[in-house]
Design a protein around this ligand. Sequence first.
Ligand SMILES: Cc1cc2nc3c(=O)[nH]c(=O)nc-3n(C[C@H](O)[C@H](O)[C@H](O)COP(=O)(O)OP(=O)(O)OC[C@H]3O[C@@H](n4cnc5c(N)ncnc54)[C@H](O)[C@@H]3O)c2cc1C
Length: 438
Amino acid sequence: MRRVNQTARGFVFGVRVFHRLGGHHADHSWAPSPSLGEGRRSVTLRILVVGAGVGGISIARGLLRDGHDVVVFERRPAVQAGGGAVTIWSNGETVLGQLGVDMDGAGQVLSAVRILTSTGRLLAVLDLTAMAQRLGAPVRMVPRRTLMDRMLNNIPAQRIRCGFDAVRVVREDDGARVEFGDGGSAEGDVVIGADGLHSTVRDGVGAPHAKSTGWCSWQGLVELPDLAEKQVAQVIIGRCGNTGLWPAGDSNVQWWFDLPWSPDFVRPQHPIAMIRSNFIGWSDAVDSVLAALTDDDLAGSPYPHFRHPITHSGCGPVTLLGDAAHTMPPTLAQGANQALLDTMVLCRALSAFGSSDVLTALRWYEKTRRRNVTAVSRVASLQVAHGESVLRPAAIISDRLHTWALTTFLSQTSHRRMSEAIVRSRYAAQSAASCALR
Ligand SMILES: Cc1cc2nc3c(=O)[nH]c(=O)nc-3n(C[C@H](O)[C@H](O)[C@H](O)COP(=O)(O)OP(=O)(O)OC[C@H]3O[C@@H](n4cnc5c(N)ncnc54)[C@H](O)[C@@H]3O)c2cc1C
């Protein structure tokens, strides 16, 4: 029999949650909801997810769909989506479709990315429409808040517990226990650390810490009603840094300015002046953004870039997902997409191996992801900022070849065969269900 925290009580669909009575979240008895994924599986795993970012919410969605008993613990008082917009590439959009997330009308579907030097020389135009045709899903810039709202749709509110700061994960004979900062704890068969860059769960499995790459992003969303091309994103590269302007739906534009950074970095009192001094004159659109921004718009920035060494990522019934497993620089805009791919593979693993062989399923998931995510992380870590002479040869390569190379890279690192099989079986299940209704 398991040791039980004497001062605690509570039961969540089989996932035990123990807490001090009288604490701010002492009541953990909830009625089951008929929403996403209730009661569709004969052997149900009790799964605890630490962290309610894109990774934590997506894996909760997938595992609830598959009939598991899932609870997400988030340290913040509410599920939050800070920091502008994200690019959801075809690989991520495909997984969102598998998870039943309705992305219709969300953000802005992009048709191209134009890459220029800081002196205005055109280096390449990536054809995102061609990429979408080949990979079967669009490339979309979507405000983080919109993405989270769409992903949270149909997840019963009681599955996400906010204000729970996980401080330790302890292995037990038949599962693992997550301990929280206020002295409470929860037990499950599996613990998934989706707690981001400085993950507590990652520390617990002994995986190495992330290292700074020496760069950072100042970024956010701005309204530009006069934006001429609402489907075309721009990246501009110079010797001292790079910048991007990516339409994110309506008049919103995601902007970023990447500059060097070090741990002894001292934030300037007026960062907008520093940003302007580096990027003014790079293009008319950049100048418009710089004119519109104030120091207040830079309040959440900068976001230093980190990269995890990708070694082992789990231990016993504990595994990692998303940034907790593989933080990478945002250069390829793949972090959230990679968290979605983790979700696809982990759900597949737990379904394929069955609940009786959970540890094999977790190790298979980690191994299957490691090779692909290592390749993506390596490319994302290549230095972007360069002088004109280094960049010029890129202009010799045709746009078709640039597009083909990126599309092939994404295709080969996104578990295409597994993804197609999942889409096919979902389609077959939906067809069977609609036949049964006739
Ligand atoms: C500047 C910048 C731009 C980016 N642009 C893109 C892009 O365009 N496209 C893209 O795909 N990716 C992008 N990324 C990467 C992307 O943001 C991340 O990869 C993604 O958000 C990771 O999601 P996650 O759920 O793994 O982690 P997070 O989003 O970090 O979520 C972790 C959650 O865990 C919670 N948590 C942490 N510790 C604990 C604890 N001890 N107990 C309980 N809860 C805890 C946190 O509060 C948080 O809610 C960008 C990143 C940066 C920095």
